[in-house]
Structures are given as C-alpha cells and as structure tokens.
Design a protein around this ligand. Structure first.
Ligand code: ZN
Length: 312
C-alpha cells in the first residue's frame, strides 16, 4: 500500500565539499524512499554556496554517484550558486520589515554571552555591504513534531541568539538559503540527518518571518563510531563512489531500521529500489543508529556538521 499524500515533495540537498559518504547516502536513500512511499516527487539541490570548501568536480562527482545508485531526481538539479538574487530579495524584504539588521559584532565582542548574539553590542556598520546581517529572534518557544524524534521545543533567543543570514565574508548563511530554496522547490517533507535537528527551529522562525509554509520533518539517526562519538571526515568517512551500489543501498536500508528480509535481490539499483518501496516503513526508523548493522567507519555526517560549524 502506498501512503498517498497529494503534492508530496521531498528532497536531498548535499554540500559538495567532497565525495558522498555513507552518512550522506543514508539521507539520500531515506528521503528518496520516504517520498516514493508517499507517491511523491524527489528533488535534488546542490548546496554549493561556499566555494573555498568545494573541490573542483565534487558536485558532479556526487551527482554521478547518486545516478549510479539509481537515485534519480524528478526534475533538474537546483544549484544554490545560481540563486543569489533570490536570497538577496528575501534578505531585503526582512530588512525592510525590520526583522533583520546589520551587525558588526565579532566573536570577541560576544565572548561575554558565550558567542550568542542577543542584540548588537557594537555600533552597526555604516556601510550596509560590510558586516553580517542577522534575523532578530525572541524567546517564545518554537515547537515542531519530528516524525522520529517527537516534539522538539527551542527558545531561540536564549539558546542560539539572532540568526546569521548573510555572513561577514559576504557568503549566504546556510539557514537562509535552505529555507528560501525549500519553499522555492515546493518541498513539503524534509528527511535529513539529525545533525540538522538543532537547525530546524531557526529555519521555522525564518519561514514565519518570510511568510513561508513549514514542511513536515523527519530527522534520520546520526552515524557514530564505536565509542558513541559523531564521526567526522578525519576519522574515516570513506568515499563510496568506488563501492558496489547494491551493497551500499542494502547497508543504508538496514541503517534506516528496515526489515532485512524485505531488501530484494535485484540486478540493478533501480530495480532493487523500486521493489523495496512498498516495504519501506518510516515507523521503523530509529532515533539512534542501528548498532552493528553497518561498518561505522564508513558512515558519518561530516558534511553537514562541518557546514554548520562554519555557517552557524
Ligand atoms: Zn551584532
């Protein structure tokens, strides 16, 4: 039985900071399965907004890997590097409405508040093209119901502070680009790694400020090493582009908590994926990683966590 949901749109949105690894494959397969199980569309977005961190050819390499895995998008890839005008328009609107403001505070300026910005502590820059731009937040609780993790509540002012929308170096912040593009692509259901659970209340605040709808959220378990630490690239997130696609897909299926008996024997990734869709059960997705089902050295969430460390 397909869980039909009219107008369902899912997406996968990697940052091209290197080859896809098994952690990113989990998000790719999880979002693909979830969309297909609901009879929905699945879109791709390349979050290529930080050129210094993007090796030449990495985006094309990721897209080739996805194609080899049989994960084909329903439409053209959206490249964030071509979306500057849309982000600028959103930022201008927030500033015109008094919801965003220029900021010249440095990390040192914010040391007294542990780096959390709650109103500028230095005078705003005279030149609006310099410094960062932030979304002003308040401390009313922002709540949402994650399909795996349950109710999540966060008070932004006390926990994360005013949200950077455009960085002091001129680059667009991840939160702004993600929110603008999820709305532009008509995404209704976001399935992604739990390293982004903490970003979701910020994104909801931004959706509300921009008058955009809030999608449904499902955050997938994080890959951890044997000692329970989040894996990072330096600790061995191997690229998957040279590995057997059918074995990779089966490992990701198991990591999503799915029934091993329902992973089909098939000659091609496309055939395996299509045959597995009816058996995909989102309620089996665990909040924590499935122990022992996969080689932890091959799985991690380095891409988005390093992105967040930079883009806050
Ligand atoms: Zn400031």
């Amino acid at each position: 039985m397909t869980l039909l949901s009219p107008g369902h749109v899912g997406r996968f949105a990697p940052s091209p900071t290197g080859p896809l690894h098994a952690g990113s494959l989990l998000a790719a397969l999880g979002s693909w399965m979830y969309a297909r199980r609901h009879g929905g569309r699945w879109l791709l977005r390349m979050e290529d907004l930080d050129p210094p961190r993007e090796p030449p050819g990495a985006a094309e390499n990721q897209l080739a890997t996805l194609a080899r895995l049989g994960l084909h998008a329903d439409g053209p890839v959206l490249w964030q590097s071509r979306r500057h005008a849309a982000y600028a328009e959103a930022l201008a609107r927030l500033q015109a409405e008094g919801l965003a403001f220029p900021c010249a505070c440095s990390r040192a300026d914010l040391a007294a508040t542990a780096g959390i910005h709650r109103g500028c502590v230095v005078p705003p820059p005279q030149d609006p093209r310099t410094g960062s731009v932030r979304l002003r937040v308040d401390d009313r609780p922002i709540a949402f119901d994650d399909e795996v993790h349950g109710r999540i509540v966060q008070r932004l002012a006390s926990s994360v502070g005013d949200v950077v929308l455009r960085r002091a170096d001129g680059l667009w912040a991840y939160q702004l680009a993600c929110v603008v593009d999820d709305a532009f692509q008509g995404v209704t259901h976001i399935v992604r790694g739990a390293d982004l659970l903490d970003s979701t209340p910020r994104q909801i605040a931004l959706q509300r400020a921009l008058g955009l709808p809030t999608p449904h959220y499902l955050h997938l378990p994080l890959r951890r090493d044997a000692r329970g630490r989040k894996l990072s690239k330096s600790e061995g997130a191997a690229a998957i582009d040279g590995q057997n696609p059918l074995e990779l897909l089966r490992a990701a299926w198991l990591a999503l908590g799915q029934d091993p008996a329902h992973w089909p024997g098939a000659a091609t990734p496309e055939a395996a994926l299509a045959a597995a869709v009816p058996a995909f059960d989102p309620s089996r997705i665990p909040p924590d990683p499935v122990g022992g089902a996969i080689d932890p050295a091959r799985h991690c969430d380095a891409q988005h966590s390093s992105e967040l460390a930079d883009k806050g």
